[in-house]
Write a protein that binds this ligand. Structure first.
Ligand code: 26V
Length: 798
């Protein structure tokens, strides 16, 4: 977009006057941010409208990405960058004597997601617009995003995160003309109409209004604007008598109040089911409506529409689509089913069985009585079809939708769609071999891999300006528009000047983070230390605790021998634990108490520091990741479906310290074994233990004095203030046989940490490794991932 600096300054001042009735000099940073955002909206709104008109006129196929989470983080800089205005605006602000960073910091992260899954959905929105495909998001407009984490006395405390104020978010537009109505609860019975067809009659259903809020998704320098549609809930005026008290109304407002309601109780689970259905039904109704405007036959809808089911949360989609096509639009079951299967596709994001959603059939029937009937019919026909084909009864039983009084959502997504994909090569192999093996045998053609990706622009051009400028200097600027030009950097990995220059880039990022660490925690860290970082959700399988075991080992090494020759190390953690996840919260407490112990022990000579940064989120990741020397990706092999922070660290020059899990394997394939540090059991070792049932953690503990001393530190008072948490951890590791095999991997992990120490001492060699990582990180651009989805799953045209 062409806007000169002078023009921008005029537009910006006008907006500030019109909207805030204030002059620059009197405005708060927040007011300046709002004015800036509104100026941008004026710039892109014509493109947004034009996009809508073009798509209607050209009747191109559209993919709809259904996801209960979208985690874009801050949008200001991405929007500026994508409009081609980031530099112009920074210069204009400098002229106006305004500090751009102060203004951008007033934007609240849009955190409508938990972690990787939600961030991936947001990345895909950016990449869909950037590649130019028509791909729209469909989700929920939560009033409160992911909780804000505070650490109090070492404990995680969760606070609500109201991410928009009374006027809503600056980036959204309410679209009342696109309201739809969603039916829940009540009774449904079937009645024959004059032609003898059975039609459903609803009695006492609750009817809610779904109101869309649209958020523009701008493509990178291509004038393309796609749409992310987030639904809010309202009580229709004609139904207000049903909700006479404030409490009645609150129960409805709760539907879009929080991301992931507490599902440890029945009420929370019911709310979650309502959320899932609400966004799915509202989205599908809108899709059918806009398709029908083209006057094409409804049974051909799959030619113009693809619906993607992001994890199982929107997996009610095939059943709801059937309900709409059959009940509301009168299609025959068979035609509707064909259209449904060709429209739907599904991504699995985890092999952990506890995360594969199943709904109690009674609850499902109570909340969604008609959809329940449809699910039963889908299940009945599925079983009958396979039985007629002679499929073995145990295979049918293993794959059907309704069994053991539960609705298996993944099964519904697989049966009701034409594509199932995993999110990294190993993950897809495990789905085929293990988790979804029976389905793979029945429908091998449905299975495919789509390795995750990241929006490289955010992690380089936005998060790491110094790195970006250095890259320009060495390889020219083309990489900014076509990331594959990064490979040119391979020519300079041995160049001493390049190594020195990029070392300085990393030091700059480390200094920025060190300042933040000092300001937020009071801990001083040396820039000569290795910044060793593990940031991600706290989960047992991700094994933050293995990292902790190693830190305690270093602590004892230094206590025994303060002269120990080691490069100083700063271990940096960022992690939120699910509010009901006791063990994860205990690990957070232990990390914080360990940090207190270590950071205040002067006998350690500053060689060891531990920092837990509270409230890890996208905007904090932008500060942390560029500053990392070491990227900890140490999940138990087979458990991390892909990981995506691993890709961000790689792109900004950290060395990956990893198990052979998820996309780590593909990172290794890109950089070669010499430029990544791999350790520990692989997936076959892990599965062998499962088969042989021969893992015995107490045996390892008793035969490894170093490890024993480390583990005993949790319960013998070494670390203060962790009596119950220390005991819980001890029991997890020893009494409960260490489900994620930390003990078996401990020695290997310690060894490669020593390798890291050695490698870091040779600056030239380290920087060569770092440069190889940056140079080959183009492989993980989500733009390419989206190209694959668009071509192979959604069959979109450009
Ligand atoms: C959810 C839950 C919820 C209940 C308790 C246990 C549990 C364990 C795992 C999950 C993960 C939900 C799905 C998810 O976020 N998967 C992540 O998706 C990323 C994007 O594909 C991927 O990079 C991560 O490896 C994967 O964990």
């Amino acid at each position: 977009m062409q806007v000169t600096k002078e023009q921008f300054i005029r537009d910006f001042k006008d907006t500030l006057h019109e909207e805030q009735q204030i002059k620059i000099i009197d405005a708060t940073p927040r007011e300046l941010f709002i004015a800036l955002a509104k100026t941008l909206r004026k710039y892109y709104t014509p493109l947004w409208l034009e996009r809508r008109r073009d798509l209607e006129k050209e009747q191109k196929k559209i993919a709809y990405y259904f996801s209960i989470e979208f985690l874009p983080g801050r949008m200001l800089e991405t929007n500026l960058l994508n409009l081609g205005l980031l530099e112009t605006v920074k210069e204009a602000f400098a002229d106006l004597d305004l500090d751009f960073d102060t203004i951008k910091e007033t934007e609240h992260d849009m955190a409508l997601g938990n972690g990787g899954l939600g961030r991936l959905a947001a990345a895909f929105m950016d990449s869909l617009a950037t590649t130019g495909y028509a791909g729209f998001g469909n989700g929920l407009r939560y009033r409160y995003g992911l909780f804000k984490q505070r650490i109090v006395d070492g404990y995680q405390v969760e606070l609500p995160d109201p991410w928009f104020d009374s006027t809503g978010s600056v980036w959204e537009t309410r679209k009342d003309h696109d309201n739809v109505y969603v039916k829940l609860y009540g009774d449904v019975y079937l009645q024959a109409d004059d032609a003898g067809n059975l039609t459903p009659v609803y009695q006492g259903a609750q009817i809610l209004r779904a109101v869309p809020y649209d958020v523009a998704q701008l493509g990178f320098e291509n004038d393309t604007v796609n749409n992310l549609r987030l639904w809010d809930v309202e009580i229709p005026e004609e139904d207000e008598l049903r909700y006479p008290t404030i409490a009645d109304r609150r129960r409805i407002e709760d539907i879009t109040a929080v991301l992931y309601p507490d599902d440890s109780n029945a009420q929370g689970r019911e709310l979650r089911l309502v959320q899932e259905y609400f966004m799915t039904s509202a989205g599908l109704q809108t899709i059918i409506r806009s398709y029908l405007k083209m006057n094409l036959p409804l049974e051909d809808i799959y030619q113009k529409v693809a619906v993607h089911i992001n994890d199982t949360h929107p997996a009610v989609a095939p059943a709801e689509f059937m309900r709409l096509l059959v009940d509301e639009y009168g299609l025959s079951w068979d035609k509707a089913w064909q259209a449904t299967v060709k429209t739907m596709s599904y991504t699995n994001h985890t092999i952990l069985s506890e995360a594969l959603e199943k709904w109690d059939a009674g609850l499902f029937k109570y909340v969604l009585p008609r959809v329940y009937q449809i699910v039963l019919e889908i299940d009945r026909r599925y079983v009958a079809d396979l039985a007629a084909k002679g499929v073995a009864p145990d295979v049918i039983e293993a794959t059907r939708v309704v069994k053991d009084n539960q609705i298996h959502m993944a099964h519904l997504a697989i049966i009701g769609g034409h594509s199932v994909n995993g999110v990294a090569k190993l993950h897809t192999e495990l789905l085929k071999e293990d988790t979804l093996h029976a389905f793979y045998q029945l429908f091998p053609e449905k299975f495919n891999n789509k390795t995750n990706g990241i929006v490289q622009r955010r992690w380089t051009q936005i998060a790491d300006e110094a790195l970006s400028n250095e890259l320009d200097k060495w390889i020219g600027k083309e990489w900014r528009t076509d990331i594959h030009h990064l490979r040119k950097l391979n020519a300079f990995v041995d160049d001493e000047q390049a190594q020195a220059d990029f070392y300085q880039v990393k030091q700059t990022a480390k200094a920025r983070l060190a300042k933040y660490i000092f300001e937020t925690t009071g801990v001083e860290v040396s820039l000569d230390a290795i910044f060793d970082v593990q940031v991600k959700r706290l989960h047992a399988y991700k094994r933050q605790l293995l990292n902790v075991l190693h830190i305690i080992k270093l602590y004892w090494d230094l206590k025994d021998n303060p002269e120990k020759d080691m490069v100083p190390r700063v271990f940096i953690f960022g992690a939120k634990a699910a509010p009901g996840y006791h063990f994860a919260k205990s690990v957070i407490k232990v990390i914080n108490e360990l940090a207190n112990l270590i950071n205040n022990d002067e006998t350690l000579g500053g060689k060891l520091k531990v920092v837990f940064l509270e409230n890890y989120r996208v905007s904090l990741a932008e500060l942390i990741i560029p500053a990392a020397n070491v990227s900890e990706q140490i999940s138990l092999a087979s458990k991390e479906a892909s990981g995506t922070s691993n890709m961000k660290f790689m792109m900004t020059g950290a060395i990956t310290l990893a198990t052979l899990d998820g996309a780590n394997i593909e990172i290794k394939d890109e950089v070669g074994e010499d430029n990544i540090v791999i350790f520990g059991m692989d997936k076959d070792d892990v599965y062998e233990h499962y088969q042989k049932h021969d893992y015995y953690s107490r045996g390892i503990y008793e035969n490894n004095p170093t490890l024993k001393r480390v583990i005993d530190s949790f319960v013998n008072g070494t670390i203060p203030n962790i009596q119950s948490e220390g005991m819980e951890i001890y029991e997890t590791l020893i009494t409960h046989n260490d489900e994620y095999f930390l003990l078996e991997d401990f020695d290997a992990y310690v060894k490669v940490q020593e390798t890291i120490d050695k490698l870091y001492r040779n600056r030239s060699h380290w920087m060569k490794m770092s440069l190889v990582n940056i140079a080959n990180s183009d492989k993980f651009t989500s733009d390419d991932t989206i190209e694959e989805y668009a071509r192979e799953i959604w069959h979109l045209e450009k």
